[in-house]
Design a protein around this ligand. Structure first.
Ligand code: CP3
Length: 347
């Protein structure tokens, strides 16, 4: 089974003649069929927790573009929800959580996620196992402890997640306790996703880039290392992708992490610079600018060539964006991108 999936082969470190491709946030509002489907659920969380809708949302981009990877349709904030924090998504305005200000707020969280609440996620994975074409790999995911904690503290996305950074300086022990809880819960969550049918998992550290070096070591690298080690202990074969967005020159800190198989590069990273500081066994994933995908046309073609050339042999490359696809993206441009990467249109 595995040999037939180019994405899994690349994650095993084997460079593919054509890089396998999937896109972060590939299911979403840029697709008209997603908007129709989304209208069937009252809230975004209801949508995530309905296995039939989650399966359909996962499959939509596969049907349209034939990506090599299908990422489970869900969200990183279902974990705080399952830990008992109030989570809501306000349309067009991003997530809202009850912010955490002190020890009392932290004490209100459950020790363990409510696994029944997350049952529909595992059910969706189980159904996807059989619904996907045989050469498409099923990707599970979670948010990295730092990124999830940053939403839990602030109660929302902010330009630089300052509330969580300030909380971590003021109350390092409390913050460490939250991070530890997220490491344990996320590891168990990924292990359960793998048991339910995920063939690889990605850890999204979307806010890694706002941390100064010592904080980066403590709240980004160490928790991801601990999380990956826990997953490895239970699922030794499962490929793990880490996406430390904004890590920049701190990418080298991931080099010793034994549990990680691939690193996702954001738009600002020079692929050759990452290649120079990471052991050859890591596959690299990335890193087309989502804005180039909106721009389209010959400029998109040019940027695609630049990415393909940047991720030079012999290292395995998985083509992706440097961050999630944006709602404004024209569907035709995604088609053009896939054809280009697969060499179906000439440079
Ligand atoms: O990649 C996929 O197609 C799978 C689905 C997926 C979603 N969110 C669906 C979603 C994944 C992998 C995520 C991850 C996620 N969620 C991250 C990490 C990746 C990143 O982009 O940095 C983060 C930080 C979140 C938290 C989150 N969820 C935010 C900040 C928002 C609002 C911004 C936005 O795009 O609206 C969401 C909502 C969300 N998650 C939507 C989707 C499709 C849009 C809501 C809707 O369609 O009603």
């Amino acid at each position: 089974m595995r040999a037939g999936k180019p994405l899994l082969a690349a994650l095993a470190g084997k460079r593919q003649p054509t890089p396998p491709i999937w896109l972060m946030r590939q299911a979403g509002r840029y697709l008209p069929e997603y908007r129709d489907l989304r209208a069937k659920a009252a809230t975004f969380l209801d949508f995530c927790y309905d296995p039939a809708l989650a399966v359909e949302a996962t499959l939509q981009p596969i049907r349209r573009f034939g990506f090599d990877g299908a990422i489970l349709f869900s969200d990183i904030l279902v974990l705080p929800d399952a830990l008992g924090q109030r989570v809501a998504f306000e349309s067009g305005d991003g997530p809202r959580l009850d912010p955490i200000y002190d020890a009392q707020d932290l004490a209100k969280l459950s020790r363990q996620p409510d696994w029944n609440r997350l049952g529909p996620v595992f059910e969706a994975l189980d159904r996807l196992k059989t619904a996907l074409p045989s050469d498409v790999a099923l990707i599970g995911f979670c948010g990295a402890p730092w990124t999830v904690a940053s939403y839990m503290i602030a109660g929302r996305g902010t330009p630089d997640q300052a509330p969580a950074r300030l909380f971590a300086y003021r109350h390092p022990d409390l913050f460490a306790a939250l991070i530890d809880r997220l490491v344990d819960a996320s590891a168990e969550y990924l292990i359960r996703q793998l048991a339910a049918g995920a063939e690889a998992v990605q850890i999204f550290d979307s806010w890694a880039g706002v941390l100064p070096p010592a904080e980066f070591d403590r709240w980004c690298v160490a928790p991801i290392a601990a999380l990956a080690a826990k997953v490895r202990a239970k699922a030794p074969e499962a490929p793990i992708i880490a996406f430390p967005r904004g890590a920049g020159t701190q990418l080298a800190k991931f080099a010793p992490l034994v549990g990680i198989d691939a690193i996702g590069l954001d738009t600002a990273v020079e692929p050759r610079a990452a290649d120079a500081v990471l052991p050859g066994r890591f596959a690299l994933q990335g890193n087309l600018d989502p804005l180039a995908l909106i721009a389209g046309g010959p400029r998109l073609d040019h940027e695609v060539e630049r990415v393909l050339e940047g991720f030079a042999a012999p290292r395995a490359h998985i083509f992706n964006l440097g961050h999630g696809i944006l709602p404004e993206t024209p569907v035709d441009n995604v088609e053009r991108l896939v054809a280009r990467v697969r060499g179906e249109t000439s440079p």
